[in-house]
Design a binder for this molecule. Structure first.
Ligand SMILES: O=C(NCCO)c1cc(-c2ccc(F)cc2)cc(O)c1O
Ligand SMILES: [Mg+2]
Length: 214
């Protein structure tokens, strides 16, 4: 049995990135996925938009839905102050196993809590299990048909406060039509589209930033 794509990405990180240097981990993954084999990381172009929003919000408590290999986890964590926390949720145990090692190699494990399992099960437990009051910023990058149900669940569980920001990847490709319709049509959100491209390609994609108004 051969290696998996996430395992090959991890191998590239452990071979080429400087241990403890988060930016070199990010650059190594971008290099590998642009020139060796494509993978579904948010990537460098959309990643720069993500960086600007993380810098603007300066979240104390942030949630990422969909860890995959930990590329955006590392990218975000490298921009957070020491006392800030990034909770990241991954359903797929094989992805989570790789992400843990990428996060450790980058040296950001102290700011990251990686949680394995279904978002629908974990979101209602965030307060009791992780002492979360509300999220300052949520990055949605998991199964596209879970963006809307999980957003409604976060509302219902009181995990969003006035000013909480949702940042959603892939709203064009693969697309999240029901989610877009909801946040753009709801009086409870102020939404804005950041046009970009699908990671490492010329295909259109973008990020939707939605501020929860309470
Ligand atoms: O499914 C995705 N994420 C959740 C994984 O657990 C995902 C997929 C794609 C993509 C795939 C295949 C294609 F042809 C185009 C896009 C891109 C992404 O950025 C993604 O986040
Ligand atoms: Mg994505």
């Amino acid at each position: 049995t051969g290696s998996t794509r996430p395992e090959r990405i991890l191998a590239a990180v452990q071979r080429k990135a400087t241990k403890g240097d988060a930016r070199s981990v990010v650059n190594t993954i971008d290099q590998y996925c642009r020139y060796q084999e494509w993978a579904m990381n948010v990537g460098d172009e959309k990643g720069a938009i993500l960086d600007s929003i993380v810098c603007e919000v300066k979240p104390s408590v942030m949630l990422e839905l969909g860890t995959y290999c930990g590329y955006s986890t590392v990218r975000i964590a490298s921009m957070l102050p020491p006392n800030a926390r990034l909770l990241t949720l991954e359903f797929n145990p094989a992805y989570a196993a790789v992400a843990r090692q990428v996060i450790a190699w980058a040296g950001v494990e102290d700011k990251v809590v990686l949680i394995e399992g279904p978002s629908g099960d974990w979101i209602p437990k965030m307060k009791e299990e992780f002492g979360v009051t509300s999220f300052d910023l949520v990055f949605l990058d998991h199964w596209k048909d879970r963006y809307l149900p999980d957003t409604k669940l976060m509302e219902e569980c009181g995990l969003l406060r006035t000013g909480s920001i949702l940042l959603a990847d892939n709203v064009i490709c693969p697309g999240t039509p029901e989610y877009l319709e909801y946040v753009r049509g709801s009086p409870r959100y102020e939404s804005k589209y950041f046009r970009s491209h699908l990671e490492y390609t010329r295909v259109e994609d973008g990020l939707e930033k939605s501020v929860f108004l309470g």
